[in-house]
Design a protein around this ligand. Structure first.
Ligand code: BDR
Ligand code: CA
Length: 310
């Protein structure tokens, strides 16, 4: 199985991504590292422990950076609710927080495992990964791939007119990642806004009769409200699970290798992913920027895997 570390700020869609990964035999989740993003770090670390508890699997959760590299934290309780994981009452986490700090776990794991065998899956702001790369530059060439959710091209922004949340929260960290030379796969809003839940799909999850299906249905019901009111969208965009689905079934997605630069100074465009879709800049491509998803295939995969959980 392919070894991955999920770096996350759960978040209902992060939660679905984590459950999908834990339910998939193609993937070996070495650990879940948490970062401040949708809500502050104490809550994202707590939520990740609740999600692992729900999965019935044994995977360690590490707490990482509580603030972006160079800016004040911007959170998204307006989308995800006060806890970051509103929608269903999950009680208290049963698994403890693991040691060490998430950044040390990332560094130690990449140094321990054979080069080119560990993939990083960041689905929140990129602070932990950037900090690990700055502190231990030797690990950069040991990374197999980075498969991240962030950015936008034709779809523009969801937090400002130009920027997507994960990149906007820590643009300096994102810049570090896109400049790293690692092989990067990006799931931008262009893809994730097509991964929209439907009422039938949510009903199907409830029909599974397991607790994980009930939780995912309740989270997406909650999460959907924001996008429906804000954009008149027909369902909830399952942003973060696109990364995991790509690792399992890459044929569900299509995209293009392009150059992506991160705007860190723009007055109106801070955190924008400037993706050179038409190759006009002459800059070397540094990422596989995805643009479409087979929606039916994606949701069928999710249901199939969630059905295997308790
Ligand atoms: C991203 O921001 C968060 O709110 C979601 O969890 C996702 O990672 C979408 O812009
Ligand atoms: Ca997220």
């Amino acid at each position: 199985a392919r070894k991955i570390i999920i770096d996350s700020d759960p978040g209902q869609d992060d939660a679905v991504a984590i459950l999908l990964a834990l339910a998939s035999p193609e993937l070996d989740v070495l650990g879940i590292t948490t970062v401040a993003g949708n809500v502050p770090l104490d809550l994202t670390a707590r939520n990740a422990r609740l999600i692992v508890g729900l999965s019935g699997r044994d995977v360690p959760v590490f707490a990482g950076c509580g603030a972006p590299l160079a800016r004040d934290l911007v959170t998204a309780e307006n989308v995800h609710g006060k806890t970051g994981l509103d929608g269903i009452e999950l009680g208290e986490p049963v698994i403890p927080l693991a040691e060490p700090h998430a950044v040390d776990f990332i560094i130690e794991t990449l140094r321990r495992e054979p080069p080119g065998t560990v993939t990083l899956v960041p689905i929140g702001p990129l602070t932990n990964i950037a900090t690990a790369f700055s502190r231990a530059p030797d690990i950069i060439e040991r990374v197999q791939q980075i498969v991240l959710m962030g950015g936008a091209y034709f779809e523009v922004g969801n937090v400002t007119p130009a920027a997507e949340f994960n990149i906007y929260v820590d643009p300096e960290a994102a810049e570090r990642i896109f400049d790293s030379g690692c092989e990067i796969v990006v799931m931008p809003l262009d893809v994730t806004h097509r991964a929209l839940t439907s009422a039938e799909w949510i009903a199907g999850l409830r029909g599974l009769g397991n607790r994980a299906g009930e939780a995912v249905a309740s989270w997406t019901d909650f999460f959907e409200r924001y996008d429906k009111e804000k954009y008149g969208s027909l369902g909830a965009p399952l942003h973060d699970p696109c990364t995991i689905a790509w690792l399992i079934r890459p044929e569900l997605f299509s995209g293009r290798r392009v150059n992506v630069e991160i705007e860190t100074r723009g007055q109106y465009t801070l955190g924008m992913t400037v993706a050179d879709w038409w190759g006009v800049s002459g800059r070397t491509p540094n990422a596989l920027f995805m643009s479409d998803v087979d929606r039916d295939g994606f949701f069928a995969l999710l249901t199939e895997r969630i059905a295997t959980l308790p």
